[in-house]
Design a protein around this ligand. Structure first.
Ligand SMILES: [Zn+2]
Length: 354
């Protein structure tokens, strides 16, 4: 899932995202709650109509962003008081409020409000945090069950009739999130408790918070074993092209990461020949394609020299073209992984080769 923090994948119009084959993108509840605000999005018919995107959207719960605020937040049993990074104004998100906001935004998949445990943390702290997340997950589900038909979608309130069947209510899917820090036993316990509450999909949260990459991998894989394989399993916040191919091969169904888009804006491009830092002077007179093996519209049309010039001159087009290429590279990687899975080739060898 490409990341579209403010209901926009930075620099890339929605029609280009469609052309790239994006099927789902992620938007951030915390940011949209502050700006433009949930009531604006709700009145505009929800995120799909607001951003003119009729493919799938997932919103995170805001827990991770608020966790990142550090000095600006205060956690209690009831929820989290925090100050806006924009204007310092005071806000409060509880499991109920975060669910209400996400119902108002109207994404297809919404996430339980969790506490992302900091790293490093001692075991007592990790346990308390994990148990708080479990109690919050139950509150999120209770609120969701009571208000799940209050989505802003066009025609909501009128259940779509599938021919030959009874009317099917149109709702979102609320996913649970497993926490438990870097402790495999607490991760297992968190998984069991989250599954007991019952969700249509499960996420592994609380990783990529500053721990070594090897530890991320160990905890992700050990947690995965405790999650039902017949429900979507979502690993939050990873990773490099190599990592997403490996995780998918290990049974992860969904991932999101700012890496392809953020790196692109900093001139770091993923190619079949490895990473390219387009800002380097050695590309100044290189008239070859960025990635000769890539079929994207950028590699088909522009030279490395031109892309390097755009970046050096701080032209807006640099960010646009770099992002389009990196998204294409990531999406192609995942298309290849899916093809291997369908073909029953579990090796995943060459996952990032073009
Ligand atoms: Zn390309």
């Amino acid at each position: 899932m490409p990341v579209g923090t403010l209901a926009s994948v930075k620099g890339v119009p929605q029609d280009v995202l469609e052309e790239l084959g994006v099927e789902i993108l992620l938007a951030n509840t915390y940011h949209l709650y502050l700006r433009p605000g949930v009531e604006t999005v709700r009145r505009m018919g929800g995120l799909h109509r607001f951003m003119a995107w009729d493919r799938a959207i997932l919103t995170d719960s805001g827990g991770f962003q608020i966790f990142s605020l550090n000095d600006l937040r205060k956690v209690s049993e009831e929820g989290v008081a925090f100050r806006s990074h924009l204007d310092g104004s005071s806000h409060f998100l509880s499991p109920e409020k975060a669910t209400e906001v996400q119902i108002g935004l109207g994404a297809d998949i919404i996430m339980a409000f969790d506490e992302c445990t900091e790293y490093p943390a001692d075991r007592g702290r990790v346990r308390a945090s994990m148990e708080l997340t479990a109690r919050w997950a139950e509150r999120c589900k209770n609120y969701f069950e009571a208000y799940k038909y209050e989505v802003p979608w066009e025609g909501s309130g009128q259940w779509p009739v599938v021919s030959g069947q009874y009317p099917v209510p149109s709702t979102q899917s609320l996913f649970g999130i497993v926490q438990g820090g870097m402790d495999t036993e607490l991760r297992r316990e968190s998984a069991v408790r989250t599954i007991d509450i019952g969700f249509p999909g499960y996420a592994i949260g609380g990783l990529s918070v500053g721990e070594p990459r090897e530890l991320t991998r160990d905890i992700a894989l050990s947690t995965l074993e405790h999650l039902p394989s017949d429900k979507p399993r979502y690993l939050m916040g990873v990773g490099t092209p190599e990592e997403i191919a490996q995780y998918a091969q290990s049974g992860v169904d969904m991932m999101d990461c700012v890496l392809p888009t953020r790196a692109a804006r900093h001139g770091l491009l993923f190619t079949s020949e490895g990473k390219v830092s387009i800002k380097q002077a050695r590309y100044a007179q290189d008239d070859g394609a960025l990635d000769p093996a890539c079929g994207c519209r950028v590699c088909q049309r522009y030279s490395r020299a031109y892309l390097r010039h755009l970046y050096a001159a701080n032209e807006l087009l640099a960010q646009v073209l770099n992002t389009v290429h990196n998204l294409h590279f990531y999406l192609t990687t995942m298309r290849r992984v899916r093809a291997w899975i369908r073909a029953g080739d579990g090796t995943g060898a060459g996952a990032t080769r073009t």
